[in-house]
Design a protein. Structure first.
Length: 117
């Protein structure tokens, strides 16, 4: 069997007033996932939960993202999450908070039999 990249999904999420990096990251992954209906597993005669999803999130403060909350929204398969410095933080005029923007990509991989690869 060979783990093959089948899909790349891209999304963006924000937390407008709360400066919540996890909320922005979750919204970015939802944005990436909820614009698609993946039929590749059924086309290959595979179970939808056989997908391996690699999630990459970019936010200004990666250490403030709860990885478990991000992965909890995956509807199928199993996943991993990596959070790196990226995205955008826009302070409000009062200096009391920020709008946080997160960028996300989700790479869907399937373990394809060699005779189908």
């Amino acid at each position: 069997m060979a783990l093959k990249r089948m899909v790349l999904e891209i999304g963006m999420g924000t937390d407008i007033r709360g400066t919540d990096y996890t909320k922005a990251a979750v919204r970015a992954l939802r944005d990436a996932l909820w614009h698609n209906t993946l039929t590749v597993t059924s086309a290959l005669g595979m179970d939808v939960d056989s997908m391996k999803v690699e999630v990459l999130i970019g936010v200004p403060k990666p250490d403030q993202v709860d990885h478990a909350q991000v992965l909890a929204i995956l509807p199928h398969g199993t996943g991993t999450v990596k959070v790196v410095e990226g995205g955008l933080e826009i302070p409000n005029e009062a200096g009391t908070g920020s709008t946080v923007m997160a960028n996300c990509c989700a790479v869907v991989r399937l373990d394809i039999p060699e005779d189908r690869a």
